[in-house]
Design a protein around this ligand. Structure first.
Ligand code: PHE
Length: 451
């Protein structure tokens, strides 16, 4: 099969792809989730397990996904189908693409709601809502906010509309423009926050927590969590890397670029920890606050600190930029598929997919307020979608990608696509995808199902 040029267009350069993919990887997962799960799971010990998961599963599978996308130059569903057929395998392997696109669709429905929280918190910061507030007041602020379906719906709508407009503008005019602005801006703000954190007096305490391992707090559940987080954070198993890979010019080395993306993603997650933990420690606040760490704990700290108001606004702007550049990656697979398969324009596809995701998002919106009693298997709507996607669909899709690339498709095709020059490194990659990744995912999956 000769390379097929995607009808969505191509990235204008290797860097455009790097920015888009790295910006997709860096998101709520890095800034919101990574610090709080690290806080709950023993700090550095968890970080080590997480890095292990990136090496054994995350990075090798990311290379595989990008390579599959580029090989076919089509949307995730047709790409996986075309590559399977090329290697004389059943077209049913497109299940990988279907699963990915579906997962991206479901994830975006709640992701957009939480991205919307950061927009509201930018305003709260601007209005000085955190200034001098104590923990009860900040808690009330947060609970009143998520308890109000109107405000959540409003910000969810704003986010989805922005995603639709960006996506409708195309790969170069939409996605590239946004990531070229938002990704560096996010990074600069984050670095500014790290400098700010060094001034808190608890900087060393934060660093120790993040980098000195305490293995006693590590459980099997932490390992599960680390694996899920590795998939989520690298934007795997959600159609995004498959879709972005399809726009990658042939001359770019997938292996090198993927390593850079994984490094950037991990580095930025750690940096978020370096920025957040000292601020939390310096104000004697609990590090194990869980999901509310950045919406309830941090604002208390900002409210007490010099220049706290400025930094609170910057923090939530950064969070929104990180989330937004992920949201546009989550919708890309569906949009490309609708455009290429259903023969509707990219613009129409963006509106249709965005509209459906917007509707679905009300499950997450209502699960924080009027619908919080509605549960499936003891989980509210948001928790259920999170569970279904992160604990079931993503590992399953990761497992299938490993089997497909490691066992099913033509070895030479994938070798050429990846472009790893050193044969030893290529062998190491192949061995990992063929054996280590599927065994590790299966082991964790079995543990999850039966224990
Ligand atoms: N990687 C993003 C994060 O860490 C989430 C994401 C998943 C974005 C899949 C795009 C695709 O928040």
């Amino acid at each position: 099969m000769a390379h097929h040029k995607s009808s969505q267009g191509q990235w204008s350069s290797r860097w455009a792809f790097f920015f888009a993919a790295a910006a997709s990887a860096v998101g709520l997962g890095n800034i919101w989730k990574f610090p709080y799960i690290t806080g709950e799971n023993g700090g550095a010990a968890f970080v080590l397990v997480y890095i292990g998961c990136i090496l054994i599963m995350g990075l090798p599978l990311m290379m595989a996904e990008i390579a599959l996308g580029r090989r076919a130059g089509r949307n995730p569903i047709q790409a996986t189908r075309a590559v399977a057929v090329e290697s004389c395998r059943s077209p049913r392997w497109q299940i990988i693409g279907i699963l990915g696109v579906l997962t991206g669709f479901l994830v975006l429905s709640y992701y957009s709601v939480i991205a919307g929280w950061s927009l509201d918190y930018i305003l709260k910061g601007l209005m000085g809502a955190f200034n001098g507030a104590n923990s009860e007041e900040i808690s009330t602020l947060f609970n009143d906010f998520i308890g109000n379906p109107w405000s959540l719906s409003f910000w969810h709508t704003v986010t989805i509309l922005s995603v639709i407009f960006t996506t409708a503008s195309g790969v170069q005019k939409g996605i590239e423009r946004v990531v070229y602005f938002m990704f560096p801006a996010m990074l600069i703000i984050l670095l500014g926050l790290v400098v700010y954190a060094t001034q808190t007096g608890a900087f060393m305490q934060g660093l120790t927590f993040l980098f000195a391992p305490d293995f006693s707090k590590l459980t099997m559940d932490s390992v599960l969590l680390a694996m899920g987080q590795a998939f989520f954070s690298l934007s795997l198993a959600q159609g995004a890397m498959l879709a972005y890979g399809a726009y990658l010019p042939v001359r770019v080395s997938i292996a090198k670029t993927a390593i850079l993306i994984a490094l950037a993603d991990t580095f930025i997650a750690l940096l978020a920890g370096v920025a957040i933990f000292p601020i939390v420690f310096a104000n004697d606040l609990p590090i194990t606050a869980g999901p509310s760490l950045i919406f309830e704990t941090l604002p208390i700290a900002f409210g007490k600190m010099p220049f706290g108001q400025v930094f609170s606004v910057l923090f939530f702007i950064m969070l929104f930029f990180a989330a937004f550049t992920s949201a546009i990656a989550l919708i890309e697979g569906v949009v490309a598929w609708a455009n290429e398969r259903l023969n509707i324009s990219r613009r129409m596809a963006a509106f249709a997919a965005g509209g459906l995701i917007w509707l679905l998002g009300f499950i997450a919106v209502f699960s924080f307020n009027i619908g919080s009693d509605v549960t499936v298997f003891g989980k509210n709507g948001f928790e259920f979608i999170d569970y279904l996607t992160a604990d079931i669909m993503m590992p399953l899709s990761g497992f299938l990608v490993a089997i497909f690339v490691g066992w099913m498709i033509d070895k030479d095709v994938i070798k050429k696509e990846l472009g790893i020059k050193n044969p030893l490194y290529h062998k190491a990659w192949f061995f990992t995808v063929r054996y280590l990744s599927p065994i590790a995912i299966a082991a964790v999956g079995i543990d999850l199902l039966f224990f």
